[in-house]
Structure formats: structure tokens, C-alpha cells
Design a protein around this ligand. Structure first.
Ligand SMILES: *[C@@H]1O[C@H](CO)[C@@H](O)[C@H](O)[C@H]1NC(C)=O
Ligand SMILES: *[C@@H]1O[C@H](CO)[C@@H](O)[C@H](O)[C@H]1NC(C)=O
Ligand SMILES: *[C@@H]1O[C@H](CO)[C@@H](O)[C@H](O)[C@H]1NC(C)=O
Ligand SMILES: *[C@@H]1O[C@H](CO)[C@@H](O)[C@H](O)[C@H]1NC(C)=O
Length: 422
């Protein structure tokens, strides 16, 4: 459903918002806001939150303080560019995003250091020659937070800075990233990039797409129609690479969280660029992942087998829940989908609820660094969709550092630090 060109008043006349915003009276429906055409977040939920803020909702006002504090901290940082790195990747140009596998070290007994050896958990400082991994994380977070802060406050310094960061990373000829990930998670001597490096983007890039959709709902000061057209074009080329290149195909067919995230990212870009059939096709793959990754009792055996089982159970589930939000934009309901053994996304969230409320004591699987708030957004997302167990748990959840802003960007995020690929 794409509402972006309609005002809320028109939607209410069509009977849509009356159901969507149960707390609102007639007067509020005259609030003339465009519904952002976001691909993960349901855009009307942004309008709902803005309206509630306007009416003085206390919880959202507290969340807005957290959001603007985060946005303010980004005002003095960036923009970032792939062209700032020390050197181009092997077989690539300075415009290619590049990152190096952090746990691989040169061989001390050969003159050229080849072949590199893996030392798990020990970070090789040589990876800093490719600063793109660090820069891109800041680009992802800052554009999202700044766009949201502009949306709720109308303060143009936020949208102007978001636009500046976006143009520098994606659009300006001198500094733009090429739309591919051929050189991510390089292991020197062994390769010039790997398919698993796509997760450098897939875990957070879809936030940037929503950030741009939010800016487009303005129009926001600093972000023009021309900028948007160029950004859509960049994403069409990136999507073609993700969907059809050998690395893209390999990553999206991985059977663990790499596949869940890659497939979710493809679906998001398909919706954003208007490739409906590709998005629908990816929702079928997503159903297959629910069948194969989640059991009837909601456990995710592949993730439970890891040394950071709580982190990874939440990580994979976050991709599933975001995919379910995207699928709704093409009329597919994954929240209500049931696998052949009765597997559902709600069951997978419910499996995590005791530890989300009760902490490490309630988690009996291996976990090297239990972080209770890792589950907070997933539980909120299920509660928002009406799962009663999740609803009952919301009050007992732990907020992440920097405060709980779920109400202002109602799509789940991986809130604890993201483990680096090996
Ligand atoms: C990639 O670069 C390496 C060294 O920089 C070179 O040996 C190799 O032939 C190149 N491979 C391709 C496919 O161009
Ligand atoms: C981005 O935000 C996530 C949580 O939302 C956090 O874990 C991560 O550290 C942040 N990264 C940067 C570079 O700010
Ligand atoms: C949708 O994406 C697929 C995969 O890249 C491509 O083959 C197809 O032509 C695209 N369709 C449209 C309408 O752009
Ligand atoms: C959940 O189901 C799986 C697969 O059937 C099983 O191995 C596991 O023991 C079950 N876990 C719980 C806590 O019931």
C-alpha cells in the first residue's frame, strides 16, 4: 500500500486511518500530513506518532528527547566517503566499498605474508587501511536518526545534514560509492572480496532507504527531487547487483542469518524501486526461511548452537520481522504465516520473551556476552502486531543505551553491537 501522495484527511475519508489510529478523534484527522512511503516502517505509524506527539503523548515526548540527543550528536560528524580510504582494494577503484576480514593475519614465516591465517577473535589492525566499514556504520545511523529528527521537529538543520551525508556517500561524482559490494570482507592473498561481506550492508542499509522516504515526504529542506531521482537510480543498479551477481546470489541463498538479511535487503530495494514481482518472489523465499530456521516451539536451532546464541537468535529474528513489515507493502502477511510444523514469527519472539524480561538467568543456552536489551525491539515489534505474549512483556523490557525510540521508528533494529564477520 502506498499512501504517500494522499493526505491523512483523504485516507480518513476512505476509512483507512479510522481503523489504523484508534486513539484519534475527528479533529485530529484533519492534520494534513503526507504518509511517508517508507519500505520497512509502516508510514502511517509515523503519522500516528507525530500526531500523538502533537497531542502531548508523554512516552513519545521522552523518546523524542532521546532521538534529538542522538541527532544533535551527529550534526558535528560526517559526511563520509569511500574515497577517503588509504588505498583502493585489489582489482577495484577507490570508489568501491572495501573492508577486510578482521581475524585474518599475515603468515609470519613467508616473505609476502601469504597465506593469511585465521586467529578467531583477534583483530588485525591492518584492516584499518579500509576505513569504509567504520564510515558506513556512521552513515547508516546518522542519516536515519537525522531524517527522523527532521520529521518530528521540522528543524531544517537535521534534514540538511542528512542530505549532505547522503549526497556525499551516494551521489556526488567525486565521492560516490559504486553500487556493488565486490570488495567486502577481503582476505589478502586469498581473494579480493567475499559474498558474506554483503552483510556489511544488509544488516542496516534498509534504514537509509527509509530515511530517504521520510525526507521525500517533506519535501525536506536540503533534499531535492533531483537528489531523490539519482538515489533511486543508484538503488536500481545496486539491486540488480544484489539480485543477479554471483556474490549477491550466493549470499541470498545462505541458509542462516546471512540469507535472511540478504533476502530482506533485496525485498526492501525492490519495493523502493518499484520492482513488485521481485519483492513478491522474495517473500516466498522468506517463508522458506521461516520453515527451515524456526521450529514449532519458536527456537532457532542454528543460532542456539552458537557461542552468542541470544545475540544471534535476536539478530536473525530481527531480519525476519523487518521482512514481514516489507512484505506487507506488497500484500503478503508473514506475521500470520504458519510453517508446516506450525512455526510462526510470533512463536520465535515468544521463545525469547522470558530472557527479554528476566535477563541471563532465563537463558539456558551458550552466550559469551548476554545483553538483555538485544531482544527489546523484537518484542516491541511483535507486540505492535498484536501478539498477546509480547504485549504482556513490553513493560518489563530493558531500554538500550541512548534510550528507547521504538515508538518513533516502529521497526525492529539489532540494538546490541553487531558481531563482525570472521
Ligand atoms: C586481482 O589482483 C591481484 C593482485 O592485485 C592479481 O594478482 C589478480 O590477477 C587480479 N585478479 C583479477 C581477476 O583481475
Ligand atoms: C548504530 O546503531 C546501533 C544500534 O541501533 C549500534 O549498535 C551501533 O553501535 C551504532 N553504530 C554507530 C557507528 O553509531
Ligand atoms: C526486477 O528485478 C529482476 C532481478 O534483478 C529483474 O530481472 C527484472 O527485470 C526487474 N523487473 C523490473 C520491472 O524492473
Ligand atoms: C524446541 O523444538 C526443538 C525441535 O523440535 C527441540 O529440539 C527443542 O528441544 C525444543 N526446545 C524446547 C525448549 O522445547
Amino acid at each position: 500500500m502506498h499512501f504517500s501522495s494522499l493526505s491523512l484527511g483523504l485516507l480518513s475519508a476512505a476509512g483507512v486511518v479510522v481503523n489504523a489510529l484508534p486513539g484519534l478523534g475527528l479533529g485530529d484527522l484533519l492534520w494534513p500530513l503526507k504518509v511517508p512511503d517508507t519500505v520497512v516502517i509502516d508510514g502511517w505509524r509515523l503519522v500516528d506518532a507525530k500526531t500523538r506527539l502533537y497531542l502531548g503523548d508523554r512516552e513519545l515526548k521522552a523518546a523524542l528527547k532521546h532521538l534529538t540527543a542522538q541527532a544533535d550528536s551527529w550534526l558535528s560528524q560526517g559526511p563520509w566517503t569511500v574515497t577517503a580510504k588509504t588505498k583502493p582494494p585489489p582489482n577495484g577503484t577507490i570508489h568501491d566499498y572495501s573492508s577486510q576480514a578482521p581475524y585474518w593475519w599475515p603468515n609470519p614465516s613467508t616473505p609476502d605474508g601469504c597465506p593469511y591465517n585465521q586467529r578467531d577473535g583477534e583483530r588485525n589492525p591492518e584492516v584499518d587501511q579500509y576505513q569504509d566499514r567504520v564510515s558506513v556504520g556512521k552513515m547508516f545511523n546518522s542519516t536515519y536518526v537525522l531524517s527522523l529528527a527532521w520529521y518530528y521537529t521540522g528543524e531544517k538543520r537535521y534534514s540538511q545534514h542528512a542530505a549532505d551525508i547522503l549526497r556525499t556517500w551516494f551521489l556526488d561524482d567525486k565521492t560516490a560509492m559504486n553500487p556493488n559490494l565486490e570488495h567486502a570482507q577481503i582476505i589478502p592473498c586469498a581473494n579480493t572480496g567475499r559474498s558474506i561481506g554483503i552483510i556489511d550492508f544488509s544488516q542496516e542499509y534498509t534504514n537509509v532507504v527509509d530515511a530517504v522516504a521520510i525526507l521525500n515526504s517533506g519535501p525536506a529542506p536540503g533534499w531535492t527531487k533531483r537528489d531523490n531521482n539519482k538515489f533511486v537510480d543508484w538503488n536500481k543498479r545496486f539491486l540488480a547487483w544484489l539480485a543477479d551477481s554471483p556474490f549477491g546470489v550466493e549470499e541470498a541463498s545462505a541458509q542462516n542469518n546471512h540469507g535472511t538479511f540478504a533476502n530482506m535487503q533485496i525485498a526492501a530495494l525492490a519495493v523502493f524501486t518499484g520492482n513488485h514481482s521481485l519483492a513478491v518472489q522474495r517473500t516466498r523465499i522468506a517463508r522458506g526461511f521461516i520453515d527451515s530456521q524456526i521450529t514449532a516451539n519458536g527456537s532457532q536451532p542454528q543460532e542456539l548452537a552458537r557461542t552468542r546464541s541470544f545475540h544471534y537468535s535476536n539478530f536473525d529474528l530481527c531480519a525476519h520481522l523487518r521482512m514481514a513489515l516489507i512484505a506487507r507493502k506488497v500484500g503478503v502477511d508473514l506475521f500470520r504465516y504458519k510453517g508446516p510444523q506450525g512455526q510462526t514469527l510470533f512463536k520465535a519472539v515468544e521463545f525469547l520473551v522470558p530472557a527479554a524480561k528476566g535477563g541471563a538467568r532465563a537463558w539456558t543456552y551458550p552466550e559469551l556476552g548476554f545483553t538483555q536489551y538485544a531482544a527489546t525491539d523484537n518484542v516491541r515489534a511483535a507486540a505492535q502486531e498484536g501478539d498477546t505474549v509480547a504485549r504482556g512483556a513490553v513493560k518489563g523490557l530493558k531500554a538500550p543505551p541512548g534510550g528507547d525510540i521504538f515508538g518513533l521508528r516502529p521497526a525492529p533494529e539489532q540494538l546490541d553491537s553487531i558481531a563482525t564477520v570472521g
